[in-house]
Design a protein around this ligand. Structure first.
Ligand SMILES: [Zn+2]
Length: 286
């Protein structure tokens, strides 16, 4: 199934939902970074959340950086997204792995760690970026993002993220959803949604069965007459370019560049997000 996300809202405008089907996106990230199974799940969950969070921004030029820093063997996880479904990311230690849990599930919480913070930096084209932060709760990502919305944004939300890794360590299924409860939603409706969320299967199992984002919305919020506002293709893609890397080199300053020329005679800059090696010879550095 093609990767995409949808945004929906109920007819009274009190329940907003984002659902993403992201299997190919997460597989591309896995191939790019050569991640261990648990690292694939950790990075994949973060990318799936990030692409939905990016889609919440209003303008084309807005940039969201989401950083998960849980103090575990994974190191930090970064994802950068825009509002157009394009996302990139990386994990500090892609090869780090931990034993599975007793129930056989990948132990993402142990790999990410639960002693640290989650940070979002939104560059909305204003003088200062908007920064939000909260503590990591479990390192399982979805719970951490739900807590982030509650604590940092005062936005009650239900977040579910899932990545199924196949026996050959490729990505079998990935996806997620974020449900936001807006002002005016009744306690009765909240109870109804909570009861539903407690009874449905994990989102990765729904994607694996071939359910579309629309069908997932229907299975959770079918009682609320949801309207789909937008449908968007999503993709793992790095936007680095030689020109952009040139700007990075220029920003080092003249002395630093002179030092590089004298010491190495050339420069190689490796992009964290796509592993592309950008090379600059002496003449170009000059
Ligand atoms: Zn790149």
């Amino acid at each position: 199934m093609k990767d995409y996300l949808i945004k929906g809202i109920d007819e009274l405008g009190r329940i907003r939902v984002y659902v993403a089907s992201s299997t190919n996106l997460v597989e591309n990230a896995r191939i790019t970074h050569n991640t261990s199974p648990t690292a694939s799940a950790a990075l994949g969950r973060t990318l799936t959340a990030g692409v939905m969070m990016g889609a919440m921004m209003k303008n084309e030029k807005d940039v969201l950086t989401l950083k998960i820093s849980g103090g575990g063997p994974a190191g930090n996880i970064y994802v950068v997204s825009r509002n157009n479904g394009i996302i990139k990311g990386y994990i500090d230690n892609p090869q780090a792995d931990v034993p599975s849990r007793a129930d056989g599930k990948l132990d993402v919480g142990a790999l990410v760690g639960n002693n640290g913070s989650i940070t979002t930096i939104m560059d909305l084209g204003l003088r200062e970026p908007y920064v939000g932060q909260s503590n990591i709760v479990s390192g399982e990502i979805a719970e951490d993002i739900a807590n982030f919305y509650a604590v940092s944004e005062q936005q009650p939300s239900a977040v579910s993220l899932g990545v199924l890794v196949d026996k050959d360590i490729s990505i079998k299924a990935a996806g997620g959803y974020i449900i936001q409860l807006l002002p005016g939603v009744s306690d009765q409706d909240i109870d109804k949604i909570e009861a539903k969320l407690a009874s449905i299967e994990p989102v990765s199992a729904m994607i694996d069965k071939g359910m579309t984002p629309e069908e997932i919305v229907d299975s959770i919020l079918g009682d609320f007459n949801m309207q789909i506002l937008e449908k968007m293709d999503i993709e793992y893609k790095c936007d680095c370019s030689r020109e952009r890397i040139e700007q990075v080199i220029i920003s080092l300053g003249k002395q630093e560049i002179v030092d590089i020329i004298e010491e190495d005679g050339q420069a190689e800059i490796v992009c964290h997000f796509c592993d592309t090696k950008h090379q600059f010879n002496k003449k170009e550095l000059k």
